[in-house]
Design a protein around this ligand. Structure first.
Ligand code: AMP
Length: 279
């Protein structure tokens, strides 16, 4: 497995692999890898990638001033071992200084799908995401890139960026990987105390119990975003938003039904958790 730290070196190698006719997959991550990330590597393998490049970069530009950039968990050694075991062929570990040169002044802004949901709650977040992902696309020359449904809005925003900026690659979206309890796996779960972890289950429970045919809960009542929010608050979470949107346009939809996505963002203590379900 190759390890790159210099953007230029990755770019040169990846360009050569593409020129040699190889299928290159990119899996962008912020590291502290878990089963969710590893499922993206597995998806790349299943899709027949010859080279699987995992990038590990806690991107400062996508964090707000009061967010957890400084404390975000990092473990380079463990990440390397996990990448190797999962079958990655290259890992890219850049530093903020070599990704953002002095005076960096070009950013990528998606202006529609980014406006609501996490975009509204985390100003500048998707600008940071689009910018770093565009840079990674230019560095890794991927045939396709794999993202997780866990970050549903992000996947839609990236797809739009690829379409609108004519990136010559395919976006693959892999399903949410959960802990046996139902909790969506996340590097941020490491922040949770045992009690908070228990509390967090209310999110996957509320989403999971919706009957996909009738859109009713376990008690047979039609589920609304308001009812979900109430359940989460009752469990002790602080709801950031519960929204029902069109699964492709992310436009608000009044009722949970076929073709919609229900998204949740909630604080469990100081930790912000997200989850979603597509119907
Ligand atoms: P992150 O390191 O949290 O920025 O995530 C990197 C990539 O892994 C993103 O495409 C995420 O959507 C994806 N990912 C994170 N958690 C999960 C999960 N539980 N299941 C599937 N994909 C995930």
């Amino acid at each position: 497995m190759k390890i790159f730290r210099e953007p230029k070196k990755l770019q040169k190698w990846a360009a050569a692999r593409r020129l040699a006719g190889k299928k290159v997959a990119l899996v962008p991550t912020m590291g502290y890898l878990h089963e969710g990330h590893l499922s993206l590597i597995a998806a790349a393998k299943k899709k027949g990638a010859d080279e699987i490049v995992v990038s590990v970069f806690v991107n400062p530009v996508q964090f707000g001033p009061n967010e957890d950039y400084a404390t975000y968990p990092r473990d380079e050694k463990a990440d390397l071992a996990k990448c190797r075991a999962a079958g990655a062929t290259a890992v890219f570990f850049p530093t903020p200084a070599n990704m953002y040169l002095d005076g960096h002044s070009v950013y990528v802004n998606e202006e529609t799908l980014s406006a609501g949901l996490c975009g509204a709650r985390r100003p500048g977040h998707f600008r940071g995401v689009c910018t770093v992902v565009a840079k990674l696309f230019n560095l890794a020359h991927p045939t396709f890139a794999v993202f997780g449904q866990k970050d549903y809005q992000q996947a839609q925003v990236i797809k739009r960026m690829v379409r609108d900026l004519n990136f010559d690659l395919e976006i693959v979206v892999a399903p949410i990987v959960r802990e046996p309890t139902g909790l969506a796996r996340s590097s941020r779960n490491t922040y949770l105390s045992a009690e908070e972890k228990e509390r967090a289950l209310a999110i996957s429970r509320a989403l999971g119990e919706i009957d996909a045919q009738t859109f009713t809960d376990a008690k047979g009542r039609r589920v609304t975003t308001g009812a979900i929010a109430k359940k989460l608050e009752k469990a002790g979470l602080k709801v950031d938003y519960v929204a029902c949107v069109d699964a492709t346009t992310l436009a608000p939809r009044r009722a949970i039904g076929k073709g919609t996505c229900v998204l949740v963002a909630a604080y469990d203590g100081r930790t912000r958790l997200i989850d979603n379900r597509v119907f």
